[in-house]
Design a protein around this ligand. Sequence first.
Ligand code: ADP
Ligand code: 5GP
Length: 198
Amino acid sequence: MSLPGADGPHLFVVSGPSGAGKGTVVRGVLGQRPDVWLSVSATTRPARPGERHGIDYRFVSVPEFRAMRERGDLLESAEVYGNHYGTPRQPVDRALAQGRDVICELDVQGAVSVKRARPQAVLVFVEPPSLDDLFLRLRGRGTEDPPSLTKRMKAAYEEVKNKGLYDHIVVNDAIDKAVERLLLILDGTETRKGPHTQ
Ligand code: ADP
Ligand code: 5GP
């Protein structure tokens, strides 16, 4: 891993179990670093109420997704919780070429693929303080029906086992602290791998 900050823009991958707070922490960071560009993934998952096409995701059909993948338009792609997700390559490269740091929110398969394709990428794992907290957050968000909640909790056990693959682990206990820590990682001043909950 090369340290971000000094030598130009970097690609950051943020992963972690569904409900760990990735979206919340990343939003907090973007509030303070509007120059950072957040990648908008393509997905075949149906939009949740309030989600906007082109802002939260590019919502596409399965044939459209396959066509993007076959054209080589995706930097990485994976099947997650029964739907396809992928990172459009061109917007990421455009932002990096403009000198902007880029954040992609991906599952662990995506993180591994990006690291293989772009060894300079910095992988960050956002972890909930406990699986009980994760369940409460996921349920509290009110976006998942019971089967989806169960699927996401089962996946969480597996995902947490993979956290050793990441360059940094951020425990999302207090939101402000987690945001602060991700900001340090972006700035290249965080040398600890973590977890760090203080
Ligand atoms: P993810 O993007 O990882 O799926 P979200 O950012 O949607 O997770 O967060 C899941 C839920 O947990 C949301 O309702 C969010 O408001 C809440 N949440 C996020 N971070 C914290 C935190 N540090 N403490 C308590 N609740 C949190
Ligand atoms: P959700 O359906 O909750 O928005 O996302 C489900 C999972 O898919 C999360 O772990 C999220 O990080 C991951 N994900 C979102 N976009 C992508 C993507 O483009 N590629 C990969 N590999 N995973 C993604």
